[in-house]
Design a protein around this ligand. Structure first.
Ligand code: ZN
Length: 367
């Protein structure tokens, strides 16, 4: 009996090894089915751009189930009552960080508005260094630079203003990353167009609609200032949020990648813009620059938002995006169908995991 058992055990072991080898060779581990997030979870996905301000165990459960980590981002905008200052959002994010055992990681920010006050840079650096000590791995800068803030002399203040120079040096010296949401989609400067992915946003936020503010700087001028900041700080990693606001043509992004080795982009809220461009062109771009693109969503959950609704939205977003990047199935967007990119698995692993690890050191927890 004993020898019979071990013979069978050995045989089943050989069979199991064979089965796994066949499975790995043909790759069904990563063959996503509609509505199936198992292959998404298998790459240990990182969402590099989320605004989760609600401390609820349900998000921790979701992140564990999906094997997901997120960069949880603070943003200061004096036109928004919750985002007027760093508090309460920094405390809210730190609660989420704690609740999720570090699956959510803090991206802090600073208020740029008082840039003309004496000691502005010093006190900002003081605040950022304290945030780094409490675990912040990145610093967000926001489109109010270039599209809202003015100097006392009445000039629009750009992200490369000398007032911010020592702050960027400090972030680089601490080996932290800048997440730069600078400028907006092209449609922000264009007349209302119901076919644009951003049509509803500007309808709801007319104060952010550049088309209604012809006195604002042009998008080209704002992106030139952003590029200048990237060029001036070669030791600073800069992740351009929302495809670096170059959402309509991947060639514009490629041009920056070729010029600035310290520049990457996240896909937050701009995945549909990949669908709207020529499929082969986008696919070739993602394969060529597979080390420079970070998967991200821009999902937002305010402290008073409904948890169930938010969870449904998160699941739906990850399902749609994974289906688009990982399979060649049809994806519905805005009443049209788009064929998924079916990116090779090593490329998926970079976009959904490795690149965040590289560009956002600390995203996996303390080294
Ligand atoms: Zn955002």
């Amino acid at each position: 009996m004993k020898s019979q058992t071990s013979k069978w055990t050995l045989l089943s072991l050989v069979m199991a090894v064979l089965a796994v080898s066949i499975a790995l060779a043909s790759g069904p581990l990563f063959e996503a089915q509609p509505g199936d997030l198992a292959s998404f979870s298998a790459v240990a996905p990182i969402d590099a751009h989320v605004h989760l301000y609600k401390d609820d165990l349900a998000f921790d459960s979701l992140m564990r189930r999906l094997n997901l980590r997120i960069l949880d981002i603070c943003v200061i905008d004096d036109r928004d009552s919750y985002a007027k200052g760093l508090e309460p959002q920094r405390s809210d994010v730190l609660k989420v960080v704690h609740r999720t055992g570090g699956r959510a990681v803090l991206c802090t920010t600073f208020s740029p508005y008082k840039f003309e006050e004496p000691r502005f840079a010093q006190s900002t650096i003081h605040q950022l260094d304290a945030d780094f000590a409490t675990g912040a791995i990145a610093v967000k800068i926001y489109k109010v630079m270039g599209m809202e803030m003015k100097s006392k002399a009445g000039k629009y203040v750009m992200p490369d203003d000398p007032a911010f120079a020592t702050i960027y040096k400090d972030i680089a010296a601490h080996d932290r990353t800048v997440v730069a949401h600078i400028a907006e989609p092209d449609s922000c400067w264009q007349p209302p167009n119901p076919d644009s992915p951003d049509y509803d946003y500007y309808k709801q936020n007319p104060q952010e609609y550049a088309y209604a503010h012809p006195e604002w700087p042009s998008k080209a001028a704002i992106l030139a200032a952003r590029d200048h900041l990237v060029a001036e700080n070669p030791k600073l990693r800069v992740v351009g949020a929302h495809l670096g606001s170059m959402e309509t043509d991947v060639n514009q992004i490629a041009q920056r990648f070729d010029r600035y080795p310290n520049f990457a982009v996240d896909t937050a809220a701009r995945v549909p813009y990949f669908m709207l461009q020529q499929r082969d062109k986008v696919r070739a771009f993602l394969i060529k620059y597979q080390d420079r693109i970070l998967y991200a969503t821009d999902l937002v959950v305010m402290p008073k938002d409904d948890t169930e609704k938010a969870l449904a939205e998160w699941n739906k977003t990850y399902e749609r995006d994974w289906k688009f990047f990982a399979t060649d199935q049809n994806i519905e967007y805005g009443g049209h169908g788009y064929k998924g990119l079916a990116l090779p698995q090593p490329v998926l692993r970079k976009i959904f995991h490795d690149n965040a690890v590289h560009w956002l050191p600390g995203i996996m927890g303390k080294p």
